[in-house]
Design a protein around this ligand. Structure first.
Ligand code: ZN
Length: 228
């Protein structure tokens, strides 16, 4: 049975269990509810109403995670830089250290034959870091000035479940290296989001109001980021 509440569909399945079990699954925030055979549809609806806030919050969390696609680092693969797709071309290198360059719509990765995919990935991500840092630097400084915040310390790292994070009391910001793949306006959304945590540490109404004041289109950008 599928129950629709607002714009969310909930898969409800009867099972040999005693209590109701509710779960939200990545990557698309699918909601599933397992129920014992004796529970009526009305009881299910009442239960979902009771859990509505939890469902919305959990979906929010799951949907805001970056999705990591499996990549093999072979010629012909598509890789994004700031939202624009490029074709990866892997070229053998006889000597010297591995390098990455751009030519037209291609990203050329030169490395020695038999280089492992993990090593290719590391080389490419170092290049991504070099592309991303100047942009982050500029955006962070511009926004600090605009919102009248004191300087922060920031760095980038590959992260599985977040685009960014902020330790407000240390004024430390951390950004996911995967941001090099997303359009600049989405990077800006993440920058403003993390900088706003300096003022408000949760995602409550005060946070949302400040986001709207600073970046009125933030909800659309968040949505765009979720589709990447
Ligand atoms: Zn946040």
């Amino acid at each position: 049975m599928v129950i629709r509440m607002e714009d969310i569909e909930i898969d409800v399945e009867r099972k040999m269990i005693r209590g109701m079990r509710l779960a939200v699954y990545p990557p698309d925030g699918r909601v599933r509810l397992s129920i014992p055979f004796w529970v009526s549809e009305q009881e299910v609806r009442d239960f979902l109403m009771l859990k509505w806030q939890w469902i919305c919050r959990s979906r929010e969390k799951v949907l805001s995670r970056p999705r990591n696609k499996a990549r093999e680092y072979l010629s012909g693969e598509q890789h994004l830089l700031f939202g624009i797709p490029y074709t990866l071309q892997v070229e053998p290198l006889s000597s010297g250290s591995p390098s990455v360059t751009m030519e037209g719509n291609r990203i050329i990765l030169r490395c020695r034959p038999q280089t492992t995919p993990a090593r290719c990935e590391a080389v490419l991500y170092e290049w991504y870091r070099a592309q991303l840092h100047p942009i982050l630097e500029q955006m962070i400084n511009e926004w600090l000035l605009r919102i009248g915040e004191a300087p922060v310390v920031w760095s980038t790292r590959r992260m599985k479940s977040e685009w960014g994070s902020c330790i407000a009391r240390k004024r430390k910001l951390l950004f996911n290296l995967e941001l090099a793949r997303v359009p600049r306006e989405c990077i800006e959304y993440v920058v403003v989001h993390e900088l706003t945590h300096l003022a408000v540490q949760n995602h409550g109404p005060a946070f949302k109001a400040l986001m709207t004041q600073r970046l009125p289109q933030w909800k659309a950008l968040r949505k765009q980021l979720r589709l990447i």
